[in-house]
Design a protein around this ligand. Sequence first.
Ligand code: NAP
Length: 311
Amino acid sequence: MSVAGRFERIALIGFGLIGGSIARAARQQGVAGEIVTTARSEKTRARVAELGIVDHVVASNADAVKDADLVILCIPVGACGPVAAEIAPHLKPGAVVSDVGSVKGAIVRDMAPHLPANVHFVPAHPVAGTENSGPDSGFAELFINRWCILTPPDGVDAGAIDHLRAFWAALGAKVEIMTPDHHDRVLAITSHLPHLIAYTIVGTADELAQVTESEVIKFSAGGFRDFTRIAASDPTMWRDIFLSNKDAVLDMLGTFTEDLSKLTRAIRRGDGDALFDHFTRTRAIRRGIVDIGQDSAAPDFGRPLPQLKKP
Ligand code: NAP
Protein backbone atom coordinates (compact mmCIF):
# COMPACT_ATOMS: atom_id res chain seq x y z
CA MET A 1 0.00 0.00 0.00
CA SER A 2 1.39 3.43 -0.92
CA VAL A 3 2.16 5.74 1.99
CA ALA A 4 0.33 9.11 1.88
CA GLY A 5 2.66 11.84 0.63
CA ARG A 6 5.13 9.43 -0.97
CA PHE A 7 7.12 10.49 -4.05
CA GLU A 8 8.96 7.84 -6.06
CA ARG A 9 11.97 10.01 -6.85
CA ILE A 10 12.95 13.07 -4.87
CA ALA A 11 15.70 15.51 -5.86
CA LEU A 12 17.10 17.69 -3.10
CA ILE A 13 19.15 20.64 -4.32
CA GLY A 14 21.41 21.34 -1.36
CA PHE A 15 22.12 19.12 1.61
CA GLY A 16 22.51 21.28 4.70
CA LEU A 17 20.41 21.46 7.85
CA ILE A 18 17.09 21.51 6.01
CA GLY A 19 17.93 19.30 3.00
CA GLY A 20 19.65 16.80 5.29
CA SER A 21 16.71 16.75 7.69
CA ILE A 22 14.21 16.22 4.85
CA ALA A 23 16.29 13.30 3.54
CA ARG A 24 16.56 11.67 6.95
CA ALA A 25 12.87 12.15 7.80
CA ALA A 26 11.61 11.07 4.35
CA ARG A 27 13.69 7.89 4.60
CA GLN A 28 12.49 7.17 8.09
CA GLN A 29 8.83 7.73 7.19
CA GLY A 30 8.94 5.79 3.92
CA VAL A 31 7.76 8.72 1.79
CA ALA A 32 10.71 8.61 -0.61
CA GLY A 33 11.42 5.94 -3.18
CA GLU A 34 14.76 7.14 -4.44
CA ILE A 35 16.52 10.28 -3.16
CA VAL A 36 19.11 12.10 -5.22
CA THR A 37 20.88 15.15 -3.89
CA THR A 38 23.29 17.81 -5.05
CA ALA A 39 25.58 20.07 -3.08
CA ARG A 40 27.67 22.91 -4.36
CA SER A 41 31.04 21.88 -2.96
CA GLU A 42 33.00 18.69 -3.45
CA LYS A 43 33.51 18.59 0.32
CA THR A 44 29.77 18.48 1.06
CA ARG A 45 29.15 15.91 -1.68
CA ALA A 46 31.87 13.67 -0.26
CA ARG A 47 30.39 13.93 3.22
CA VAL A 48 26.84 13.22 1.98
CA ALA A 49 28.09 10.11 0.16
CA GLU A 50 29.81 8.98 3.36
CA LEU A 51 26.62 9.48 5.42
CA GLY A 52 24.79 7.04 3.14
CA ILE A 53 21.32 8.53 3.67
CA VAL A 54 20.53 9.20 0.01
CA ASP A 55 20.82 6.98 -3.06
CA HIS A 56 22.85 9.29 -5.29
CA VAL A 57 24.92 12.43 -4.80
CA VAL A 58 25.62 14.33 -8.01
CA ALA A 59 27.36 17.58 -8.88
CA SER A 60 24.89 18.72 -11.53
CA ASN A 61 21.51 20.15 -10.55
CA ALA A 62 20.25 19.43 -14.08
CA ASP A 63 21.14 15.73 -13.74
CA ALA A 64 19.55 15.52 -10.30
CA VAL A 65 16.11 16.73 -11.36
CA LYS A 66 15.76 14.44 -14.38
CA ASP A 67 12.89 12.02 -13.66
CA ALA A 68 12.31 13.49 -10.19
CA ASP A 69 8.66 13.65 -9.08
CA LEU A 70 9.49 16.12 -6.34
CA VAL A 71 12.28 18.69 -6.52
CA ILE A 72 13.07 20.74 -3.40
CA LEU A 73 15.55 23.59 -3.41
CA CYS A 74 17.23 23.56 0.02
CA ILE A 75 19.67 26.40 -0.62
CA PRO A 76 19.91 30.07 0.39
CA VAL A 77 17.02 32.23 -0.86
CA GLY A 78 19.29 34.33 -3.10
CA ALA A 79 20.46 31.22 -4.98
CA CYS A 80 16.96 29.93 -5.85
CA GLY A 81 16.32 32.09 -8.96
CA PRO A 82 19.51 31.10 -10.82
CA VAL A 83 19.06 27.43 -9.84
CA ALA A 84 15.43 27.49 -11.08
CA ALA A 85 16.70 28.77 -14.45
CA GLU A 86 19.34 26.04 -14.53
CA ILE A 87 16.99 23.12 -13.79
CA ALA A 88 13.93 24.35 -15.74
CA PRO A 89 14.71 22.61 -19.08
CA HIS A 90 15.36 19.28 -17.31
CA LEU A 91 12.27 18.99 -15.12
CA LYS A 92 9.94 16.06 -15.59
CA PRO A 93 6.44 17.09 -16.78
CA GLY A 94 4.05 16.84 -13.84
CA ALA A 95 6.81 17.20 -11.22
CA VAL A 96 6.16 19.15 -8.04
CA VAL A 97 8.80 21.87 -7.64
CA SER A 98 9.26 23.36 -4.20
CA ASP A 99 11.77 25.04 -1.91
CA VAL A 100 12.28 25.67 1.81
CA GLY A 101 13.28 29.34 1.75
CA SER A 102 12.52 31.52 4.76
CA VAL A 103 11.11 34.29 2.52
CA LYS A 104 8.34 33.54 0.04
CA GLY A 105 7.58 36.67 -2.03
CA ALA A 106 11.13 36.79 -3.42
CA ILE A 107 11.09 33.05 -4.10
CA VAL A 108 7.92 33.29 -6.18
CA ARG A 109 9.28 36.37 -7.97
CA ASP A 110 12.66 34.77 -8.71
CA MET A 111 11.68 31.17 -9.47
CA ALA A 112 8.24 31.25 -11.12
CA PRO A 113 9.27 33.00 -14.37
CA HIS A 114 11.77 30.23 -15.15
CA LEU A 115 9.56 27.21 -14.52
CA PRO A 116 7.71 25.51 -17.39
CA ALA A 117 3.91 25.41 -17.35
CA ASN A 118 3.87 21.60 -17.13
CA VAL A 119 5.29 21.44 -13.56
CA HIS A 120 3.52 22.32 -10.31
CA PHE A 121 5.24 25.06 -8.32
CA VAL A 122 4.40 24.92 -4.62
CA PRO A 123 6.81 27.01 -2.51
CA ALA A 124 7.17 25.93 1.12
CA HIS A 125 8.77 27.09 4.34
CA PRO A 126 9.24 24.64 7.19
CA VAL A 127 9.28 26.90 10.23
CA ALA A 128 11.83 24.78 12.03
CA GLY A 129 15.53 25.09 12.40
CA THR A 130 18.59 25.44 14.53
CA GLU A 131 21.65 27.67 14.34
CA ASN A 132 23.67 24.82 12.83
CA SER A 133 24.35 24.22 9.17
CA GLY A 134 25.99 21.70 6.90
CA PRO A 135 25.40 18.03 6.04
CA ASP A 136 25.90 16.73 9.59
CA SER A 137 23.51 19.17 11.22
CA GLY A 138 20.23 17.64 10.00
CA PHE A 139 18.06 15.24 11.97
CA ALA A 140 14.85 13.35 11.18
CA GLU A 141 12.82 14.85 14.02
CA LEU A 142 13.38 18.51 13.07
CA PHE A 143 9.91 19.05 11.61
CA ILE A 144 7.84 17.19 14.18
CA ASN A 145 5.04 19.39 15.50
CA ARG A 146 6.45 22.41 13.64
CA TRP A 147 4.60 24.38 10.99
CA CYS A 148 5.29 24.09 7.30
CA ILE A 149 3.76 26.98 5.35
CA LEU A 150 2.89 26.42 1.69
CA THR A 151 2.43 29.49 -0.54
CA PRO A 152 1.18 28.14 -3.89
CA PRO A 153 0.59 30.80 -6.55
CA ASP A 154 -3.00 31.11 -7.85
CA GLY A 155 -4.10 28.36 -10.19
CA VAL A 156 -1.68 25.65 -9.02
CA ASP A 157 -3.12 22.14 -9.29
CA ALA A 158 -4.93 21.22 -6.06
CA GLY A 159 -3.74 17.60 -6.33
CA ALA A 160 -0.10 18.73 -6.34
CA ILE A 161 -0.68 20.93 -3.28
CA ASP A 162 -2.35 18.04 -1.47
CA HIS A 163 0.50 15.68 -2.35
CA LEU A 164 3.10 18.07 -0.94
CA ARG A 165 0.94 18.75 2.09
CA ALA A 166 0.78 15.00 2.78
CA PHE A 167 4.57 14.74 2.33
CA TRP A 168 5.23 17.40 4.97
CA ALA A 169 2.59 15.91 7.25
CA ALA A 170 4.39 12.55 7.00
CA LEU A 171 7.58 14.31 8.12
CA GLY A 172 5.68 15.39 11.23
CA ALA A 173 4.81 18.97 10.26
CA LYS A 174 1.53 20.79 10.62
CA VAL A 175 0.77 22.37 7.27
CA GLU A 176 -0.83 25.75 6.61
CA ILE A 177 -1.43 27.59 3.35
CA MET A 178 -1.10 31.36 2.98
CA THR A 179 -0.13 33.98 0.43
CA PRO A 180 3.58 34.83 0.05
CA ASP A 181 2.95 38.41 1.23
CA HIS A 182 1.17 37.31 4.36
CA HIS A 183 3.91 34.76 5.09
CA ASP A 184 6.60 37.42 4.76
CA ARG A 185 4.86 39.81 7.15
CA VAL A 186 4.24 37.12 9.77
CA LEU A 187 7.81 35.84 9.58
CA ALA A 188 9.24 39.37 9.66
CA ILE A 189 7.96 39.79 13.21
CA THR A 190 8.23 36.19 14.46
CA SER A 191 11.65 35.31 13.06
CA HIS A 192 13.45 37.96 11.04
CA LEU A 193 13.22 40.83 13.53
CA PRO A 194 14.27 38.63 16.50
CA HIS A 195 17.32 37.55 14.52
CA LEU A 196 18.15 41.16 13.70
CA ILE A 197 17.87 42.08 17.37
CA ALA A 198 20.11 39.16 18.35
CA TYR A 199 22.70 40.11 15.74
CA THR A 200 22.60 43.69 17.04
CA ILE A 201 22.81 42.88 20.74
CA VAL A 202 25.67 40.43 20.38
CA GLY A 203 27.53 42.93 18.20
CA THR A 204 26.90 45.72 20.73
CA ALA A 205 28.16 43.65 23.65
CA ASP A 206 31.23 42.79 21.65
CA GLU A 207 31.93 46.46 21.04
CA LEU A 208 31.40 47.65 24.61
CA ALA A 209 34.84 48.63 25.80
CA GLN A 210 34.02 48.26 29.49
CA VAL A 211 32.69 44.70 29.15
CA THR A 212 35.58 42.36 28.73
CA GLU A 213 35.14 39.25 26.66
CA SER A 214 35.42 37.00 29.67
CA GLU A 215 32.65 38.87 31.49
CA VAL A 216 30.33 38.59 28.52
CA ILE A 217 30.82 34.85 28.51
CA LYS A 218 30.87 34.44 32.28
CA PHE A 219 27.54 36.16 32.88
CA SER A 220 25.90 35.13 29.63
CA ALA A 221 23.14 33.09 31.32
CA GLY A 222 21.42 36.38 32.14
CA GLY A 223 19.61 36.34 28.77
CA PHE A 224 22.58 37.10 26.54
CA ARG A 225 23.42 33.45 25.93
CA ASP A 226 20.15 32.83 24.10
CA PHE A 227 20.85 35.79 21.84
CA THR A 228 24.30 34.38 21.05
CA ARG A 229 22.70 31.12 19.93
CA ILE A 230 20.44 32.96 17.48
CA ALA A 231 23.28 35.26 16.38
CA ALA A 232 25.34 32.20 15.47
CA SER A 233 22.96 31.44 12.60
CA ASP A 234 24.34 31.11 9.10
CA PRO A 235 25.49 34.52 7.72
CA THR A 236 24.69 33.71 4.07
CA MET A 237 21.19 32.52 4.86
CA TRP A 238 20.41 35.57 6.99
CA ARG A 239 21.97 38.06 4.59
CA ASP A 240 19.64 36.71 1.90
CA ILE A 241 16.60 36.81 4.19
CA PHE A 242 17.07 40.50 5.03
CA LEU A 243 17.79 41.44 1.43
CA SER A 244 14.76 39.60 0.13
CA ASN A 245 12.24 40.51 2.85
CA LYS A 246 13.34 44.12 3.03
CA ASP A 247 9.94 45.85 2.99
CA ALA A 248 8.24 43.72 5.65
CA VAL A 249 11.31 43.82 7.91
CA LEU A 250 11.65 47.62 7.62
CA ASP A 251 7.95 47.98 8.37
CA MET A 252 8.19 45.83 11.53
CA LEU A 253 11.42 47.55 12.52
CA GLY A 254 9.59 50.90 12.44
CA THR A 255 6.93 49.61 14.85
CA PHE A 256 9.59 48.00 17.02
CA THR A 257 11.58 51.23 17.25
CA GLU A 258 8.47 53.12 18.37
CA ASP A 259 7.78 50.51 21.07
CA LEU A 260 11.41 50.60 22.18
CA SER A 261 11.13 54.37 22.52
CA LYS A 262 8.05 53.93 24.75
CA LEU A 263 9.94 51.56 27.05
CA THR A 264 12.98 53.85 27.03
CA ARG A 265 10.74 56.71 28.13
CA ALA A 266 9.15 54.58 30.88
CA ILE A 267 12.60 53.71 32.25
CA ARG A 268 13.79 57.30 32.07
CA ARG A 269 10.68 58.58 33.87
CA GLY A 270 10.70 55.78 36.42
CA ASP A 271 7.24 54.71 35.23
CA GLY A 272 7.10 51.30 36.93
CA ASP A 273 3.41 50.77 36.08
CA ALA A 274 4.09 51.08 32.36
CA LEU A 275 6.98 48.61 32.59
CA PHE A 276 4.98 46.18 34.75
CA ASP A 277 1.97 46.26 32.40
CA HIS A 278 4.18 45.68 29.38
CA PHE A 279 6.03 42.74 30.96
CA THR A 280 2.75 41.19 32.14
CA ARG A 281 1.41 41.29 28.59
CA THR A 282 4.55 39.69 27.14
CA ARG A 283 4.60 37.00 29.82
CA ALA A 284 1.10 35.95 28.75
CA ILE A 285 2.33 35.63 25.15
CA ARG A 286 5.11 33.26 26.27
CA ARG A 287 2.58 31.14 28.17
CA GLY A 288 0.39 31.00 25.07
CA ILE A 289 3.30 29.67 23.00
CA VAL A 290 4.02 26.92 25.55
CA ASP A 291 0.29 26.08 25.77
CA ILE A 292 0.02 25.43 22.03
CA GLY A 293 3.09 23.19 22.15
CA GLN A 294 5.48 25.43 20.17
CA ASP A 295 8.08 25.41 22.95
CA SER A 296 8.94 23.60 26.12
CA ALA A 297 8.04 25.01 29.51
CA ALA A 298 11.23 23.44 30.88
CA PRO A 299 13.70 25.85 32.39
CA ASP A 300 16.55 27.17 30.29
CA PHE A 301 14.46 27.06 27.12
CA GLY A 302 14.22 23.28 27.22
CA ARG A 303 17.93 22.68 27.04
CA PRO A 304 19.06 19.32 28.39
CA LEU A 305 20.37 19.63 31.92
CA PRO A 306 22.87 16.73 32.19
CA GLN A 307 25.77 19.08 31.58
CA LEU A 308 25.10 20.62 35.00
CA LYS A 309 27.89 19.56 37.32
CA LYS A 310 27.04 18.19 40.75
CA PRO A 311 28.27 20.47 43.56
P1 NAP B 1 22.87 25.08 5.10
O1 NAP B 1 22.90 24.08 6.19
O2 NAP B 1 23.92 26.15 5.07
O3 NAP B 1 22.90 24.33 3.68
C1 NAP B 1 22.84 25.05 2.49
C2 NAP B 1 23.03 24.14 1.31
O4 NAP B 1 22.94 24.95 0.13
C3 NAP B 1 24.40 23.47 1.24
O5 NAP B 1 24.26 22.19 0.66
C4 NAP B 1 25.20 24.37 0.31
O6 NAP B 1 26.21 23.68 -0.39
C5 NAP B 1 24.12 24.81 -0.66
N1 NAP B 1 24.40 26.13 -1.27
C6 NAP B 1 24.82 27.25 -0.66
N2 NAP B 1 24.92 28.26 -1.52
C7 NAP B 1 24.55 27.77 -2.72
C8 NAP B 1 24.47 28.32 -4.02
N3 NAP B 1 24.78 29.60 -4.25
N4 NAP B 1 24.06 27.52 -5.03
C9 NAP B 1 23.76 26.22 -4.80
N5 NAP B 1 23.82 25.64 -3.58
C10 NAP B 1 24.22 26.40 -2.56
O7 NAP B 1 21.48 25.89 5.03
P2 NAP B 1 20.04 25.48 5.59
O8 NAP B 1 19.92 25.93 7.02
O9 NAP B 1 19.71 24.08 5.24
O10 NAP B 1 19.14 26.51 4.76
C11 NAP B 1 18.70 26.23 3.46
C12 NAP B 1 17.42 26.99 3.19
O11 NAP B 1 16.47 26.67 4.20
C13 NAP B 1 17.56 28.52 3.20
O12 NAP B 1 16.85 29.05 2.11
C14 NAP B 1 16.88 28.93 4.48
O13 NAP B 1 16.25 30.20 4.33
C15 NAP B 1 15.87 27.82 4.70
N6 NAP B 1 15.52 27.56 6.10
C16 NAP B 1 16.50 27.50 7.04
C17 NAP B 1 16.14 27.27 8.37
C18 NAP B 1 17.20 27.23 9.45
O14 NAP B 1 16.90 27.41 10.63
N7 NAP B 1 18.44 26.97 9.13
C19 NAP B 1 14.80 27.07 8.72
C20 NAP B 1 13.83 27.08 7.71
C21 NAP B 1 14.20 27.34 6.39
P3 NAP B 1 27.68 23.53 0.24
O15 NAP B 1 27.55 22.77 1.52
O16 NAP B 1 28.41 22.75 -0.77
O17 NAP B 1 28.20 24.92 0.43
